[in-house]
Design a protein around this ligand. Structure first.
Ligand SMILES: Cc1cc2nc3c(=O)[nH]c(=O)nc-3n(C[C@H](O)[C@H](O)[C@H](O)COP(=O)(O)OP(=O)(O)OC[C@H]3O[C@@H](n4cnc5c(N)ncnc54)[C@H](O)[C@@H]3O)c2cc1C
Length: 472
């Protein structure tokens, strides 16, 4: 076999079924196609990938090249479209097989199908996706996927799930003759037209891209600091790197395998005992899988305004309030602080994501898909299933048995940021406001608020009244 290994969202060597399938090849050409179309504006007027994820991706590709080199191979990065690049390389190097990852999102699936068509007789073999559970491990058929998470979880947990991911191989087959000459340095962010992101010391995600960093974080969180043992108590935090695992950006581009995470979690539990926190992390990993299977089951419906429920219920308007929300200038400090963190760093806590999404949908009554598209551009850990699945869920058009989940933003602020530390971190203009008013600057006299340069709320929602004054 003379094979091309087409890397996509599986930028690792550990637990990599397509790579394992190529180990016996006479020669193997590892390729990544960086498609500039990702940087162009989509139907929502936003990019599919912004500067933070692009930086993380470039770091990941550099790390992958380093790992391949250590094993006698290299990564060929092609700027262009996969439809053109993959068949062209196959022809140029007389290859007879393409190995790749199975896709779960409709656009990516359609692209793989187009590449397969252009390959003609050359087989394109797709290895299992980045899910935790494989199709044959599901206790039901995909068509019978439960609509609600609790049912999914109980069915999955009825069986003992054992994950035995395979480690990265020591050596890889060599490149086809002449391929080395094609290797080129990666483009910089500026060459991609993105500019360089500023490094922000307050970032909750101060890590770099790439498999070594991912495995390092996994070791730290599960074995060294053992932050996982307190996860249940810390997971609603918003400041610093330790309140949650921070696995998501590596999971999203596949530089970390979900099966490796759970295999290590089980090993940790075998040695140190299971507790509520280790159990909670497992449940979160199951949520991730639930959204992935939901996307596989329902496909493009997840991206429509009416979502899986095909309903007219969710608001469909879009006006200045969306712009204010996206810029972190709504006048609601907890929302604004989270949106500014996202813009500055590409990361936002799970608590923050729930609050800002609910605020956009329920308080500002804006079309949830624009919020999801904004997240798609800006999140460093953007993942189609988790992003659109969570947004649809919160908009009441996904797989939530309730119609919608309304988060009272001020109540959330009081509960999860009682000392206003988080809003002070991201909203410098409020640092001189007395602490007791930092979540409610709209109670200040109008002139004072204007002099701070912070926006005034349109009106104070009735449901906030019980939380207007901080408890001493
Ligand atoms: C509106 C909204 C949009 C979101 N968009 C994304 C996204 O694009 N990509 C993404 O990976 N996650 C997304 N999430 C889920 C969740 O917020 C992040 O996975 C989590 O905050 C990442 O931080 P962590 O790795 O430290 O998570 P931890 O709390 O340590 O959890 C461990 C892992 O479990 C998984 N997980 C945890 N919570 C969820 C969840 N609600 N849904 C799915 N998987 C979960 C993730 O893979 C995560 O890395 C979104 C949530 C909301 C409410």
């Amino acid at each position: 076999m003379r094979a091309l290994l087409w890397f996509k969202q599986d930028l690792r060597l550990d637990d990599h079924p397509a790579l394992q399938a190529g180990l016996t090849a006479e020669c193997l050409l590892p390729v990544y196609v960086l498609d500039p179309a990702l940087l162009q504006l989509n139907e929502f007027g936003m990019r599919r990938m912004g500067v933070h994820r692009a930086r993380f991706l470039l770091e990941t590709l550099v790390a992958l090249e380093g790992e391949l080199r250590q094993r006698g191979s290299h990564l060929l990065v092609v700027i262009g479209s996969a439809e053109q690049a993959i068949p062209q390389l196959v022809a140029q190097f007389n290859l007879d097989q393409v190995l790749t990852l199975e896709e779960i999102a409709p656009d990516e699936r359609a692209q793989v199908a187009r590449v397969a068509r252009r390959l003609g007789d050359i087989p394109l073999q797709q290895a299992p996706a980045n899910n935790l559970l494989r199709t044959d491990e599901l206790p039901f058929s995909v068509e019978q996927l439960p609509h609600v998470f609790s049912r999914f979880r109980s069915l999955v947990e009825e069986r003992l799930q054992v994950f035995q991911p395979r480690h990265a191989p020591d050596r890889l087959p060599g490149l086809p003759d002449g391929a080395l000459a094609l290797m080129q340095p990666l483009p910089t962010l500026s060459q991609l037209g993105l500019g360089e992101p500023l490094s922000v010391p307050a970032s909750a995600f101060p890590f770099s891209g790439g498999e070594p960093a991912a495995l390092g974080r996994l070791r730290d969180y599960l074995w060294k600091t053992q932050g996982v043992r307190q996860y249940k108590d810390t997971r609603n935090g918003m400041i610093g790197s330790e309140y949650s695992s921070k696995f998501s950006p590596w999971l999203a581009n596949g530089s970390l395998s979900a099966r490796r995470v759970v295999a290590e979690l089980r090993r940790h539990e075998a040695q140190f005992k299971r507790n509520d926190s280790t159990q909670w992390l497992w449940v979160e990993m199951l949520w991730r899988d639930f959204f992935r299977w939901t996307l596989i089951r329902h496909g493009s419906a997840l991206f429509k305004a009416g979502g899986l429920k095909a309903t007219e219920r969710a608001p469909q308007q879009l006006d200045q309030r969306f712009q204010d929300w996206s810029r972190g200038r709504t006048g609601m400090p907890l929302v604004d602080a989270n949106m500014r963190e996202l813009a500055a760093t590409g990361f936002m806590s799970n608590r923050g994501r729930q609050v800002v999404a609910s605020y956009l949908i329920n308080d500002l009554q804006q079309d949830w898909r624009h919020g999801a598209a904004w997240f798609e551009e800006h999140l460093i850990d953007y993942d189609p299933a988790s992003n659109w699945g969570n947004w649809a869920y919160l908009a009441g058009v996904g797989n939530d048995p309730r119609h919608n989940r309304v988060f009272n933003a001020l109540r959330q602020a009081r509960e999860y940021d009682p000392d206003a530390q988080y809003v002070s971190l991201w909203l410098p203009e409020l640092r001189d406001v007395p602490q007791a008013l930092r979540h409610t600057p709209f109670l200040l006299a109008g002139g004072h608020l204007r002099s701070l340069g912070y926006p005034q709320l349109d009106s104070i929602p009735e449901s906030w009244k019980p939380y207007l004054h901080a408890v001493a």
